[in-house]
Design a protein around this ligand. Structure first.
Ligand code: GLA
Length: 383
């Protein structure tokens, strides 16, 4: 079978972990799938529905196969894959490179090739592959290469989502393993400090991601408010300004966009954040150019991210990580546009959906605490 090149741009979808952890079952997955279609999420680009940890029985069967927990998934995984495919969705599952998954279920160490074939047989399209219970004598690099080979030869196109938490300098070798995305940080929490710390930790790593192998900043917590599948995840929640900034950061930093809230009960603000077509377009730009950071304020917590887009325009994100309002100031020479170049920038506001006209030399929006402004800017030659 010829494989298809997958994930030219960062994958988008929904993952069960952040809100539901081990409280997953067939009904949850099917009603979530229906919501992905009916709410417009699928049309907006979110096409992967991924079941995370805790889906199997605690032991393999006598033949050594992984077995779906019949209480949670009475009709099995092939049934679920089929149901999702009929709705136009793709089906994701989860395993781990060690002897057990992080929650203690059987994992794929030394079962890589048979598990990959099993996933293919069930109709799985995406595998999240975690990093727990790993024998200390074997390098991650080898284990992820092994699963990369197993998936590439299992007879089905399966996206390989490496979840390796940024350890062992993963950014240096992960692309070689065949992974389409790689987790580069520890687990996200549903609070501002976690979003801030993850974003800041990746500023010097953005150049390592790119087409077909994306730096994954972890699942989104947008719209979770006081929810969370366990105490670690539900860390107090964020306000809507912070959720908006979180989404804009993940989008501008070319992260996969995997929703983690209960979409069946999401409110209109959450929908508007997650389905903003102009922010999604920046994330899905075909060239996947890494953004770069420009210091832009009185305080180091004020900065701009600039991303070159394939139509020649620039995505500019103005961020204020301070706890108080701030003016974030960008001088266009820091973008490579000195005054004598003779270009202004036509600003389009991607959060307010309006044009601001042509701006010359510098731009200094006032930004709320933990807030952001995101613009798409076209170069305009001065007459
Ligand atoms: C790890 C991963 C999480 C989640 C859990 C499941 O902590 O990083 O994203 O998959 O395991 O147990």
């Amino acid at each position: 079978m010829n494989r298809t090149a997958m994930c030219a741009t960062p994958p988008m979808g929904w993952n069960s972990w952040n809100t539901f952890t081990d409280k997953i079952n067939e009904e949850l997955i099917l009603t979530t799938a229906d919501t992905m279609v009916e709410s417009g999420l699928l049309q907006a680009g979110y096409n992967y529905l991924v079941i995370d940890d805790c889906w199997s029985l605690k032991e393999r069967d006598a033949q050594g196969n992984l077995v779906a927990d019949p209480e949670k998934f009475p009709h099995g995984m092939a049934y679920l894959a089929d149901a999702l495919h009929k709705k136009g969705l793709k089906f994701g599952m989860y395993s781990c490179c060690g002897t057990r998954t992080c929650a203690g279920y059987p994992a794929s160490f030394e079962h890589e090739f048979e598990d990959a074939r099993q996933f293919a047989q069930w109709g799985v399209d995406y595998l999240k592959y975690d990093n727990c219970y790993k024998p200390r004598t074997i390098s991650n690099e080898l284990l992820f290469h092994r699963m990369g080979l197993a998936l590439a030869n299992c007879g089905r196109d399966i996206v390989f989502s490496a979840c390796q938490w940024g350890t062992e300098n993963v950014h240096n070798w992960i692309r070689s393993s065949g992974a389409h995305l790689f987790r580069s940080t520890g687990d996200v929490q549903n609070c501002w400090n976690s979003i801030r710390d993850i974003a800041l930790s990746q500023m010097d790593k953005l150049g390592y991601g790119g087409s077909y192998c994306h730096n994954d900043l972890d699942m989104l917590v947008v719209g979770m408010y006081d929810a969370g599948g366990n105490e670690y995840i539900s860390a107090g929640g964020c306000n809507d300004t912070e959720y908006q900034t979180h989404f804009a950061l993940w989008a501008m930093m070319n992260s996969p966009l995997m929703i983690g809230c209960d979409i069946r009960t999401m409110n209109d603000t959450t929908k508007a954040i997650l389905m903003n077509p102009e922010i999604i377009a920046i994330n899905q730009d075909i060239e996947c150019r890494a953004p770069y950071r420009i210091e832009a304020g009185p305080h180091p917590d004020n900065f701009v991210l600039a991303k070159h887009l394939s139509d020649g325009s620039l995505a500019l994100g103005f961020f204020n990580f301070c706890d108080t309002e701030a003016v974030v100031s960008l001088e266009f020479w820091d973008l490579g546009l000195p005054h004598q170049a003779g270009y202004g920038l036509a600003f389009h506001d991607c959060l307010e959906h309006c044009d601001l006209g042509v701006v010359r030399e510098h731009f200094s929006p006032q930004i709320a605490p933990h807030g952001c402004k995101i613009y798409r800017c076209r170069l305009v030659k001065e007459e």
